[in-house]
Design a protein around this ligand. Structure first.
Ligand SMILES: [Zn+2]
Length: 139
């Protein structure tokens, strides 16, 4: 909404539809928004990594570079963050255009599901079960 306003395209209320607290910008939607920050907290706990602290989209896209992540897990965190952004964007569009309700559990569920298929599609011979994926073990 912020990007549209900068281009003089008036699409009405520019408030973030996920939280209703702030103007919607790329930075807000993916980092500062209460919905996004809750999702990153859940992802951090699920993936057993230090809390993902992002003040910008750049920070978010570099979250896998922070700390001692290496090799496969580093790639995995990078992919999960990107999938998380996609899921937040999809949820935002569902609220904005289809009047759906924001459900953090639903966003997290979709992130885990998409991540599971993505991970196993890339892990020829090293696939994990859904149970392992949900507990984030053996990866
Ligand atoms: Zn928001």
């Amino acid at each position: 909404m912020d990007a549209l306003k900068k281009r003089n395209i008036d699409k009405g209320d520019g408030t973030c539809v996920l939280c209703g607290d702030q103007d919607e910008s790329v930075e807000h939607l993916f980092t500062a928004c209460g919905v996004a920050s809750t999702i990153w907290s859940v992802v951090s706990l699920w993936c057993k990594i230090p809390h993902i602290l992002a003040f910008s989209v750049k920070d978010l896209l570099e979250a896998h570079e922070v700390g001692s992540l290496k090799g496969r897990k580093k790639d995995l965190i990078q992919g999960i963050v990107r999938i998380g952004c996609w899921c937040i964007w999809k949820a935002r569009n569902e609220v904005k255009f289809n009047n759906k309700e924001v459900k953090i559990e639903g966003i997290v569920r979709e992130l885990k599901s998409l991540g599971f298929f993505w991970y196993n599609a890339r892990s020829r011979g090293n696939e994990v079960s859904w149970s392992e994926w949900r507990k984030f073990v053996n990866m």
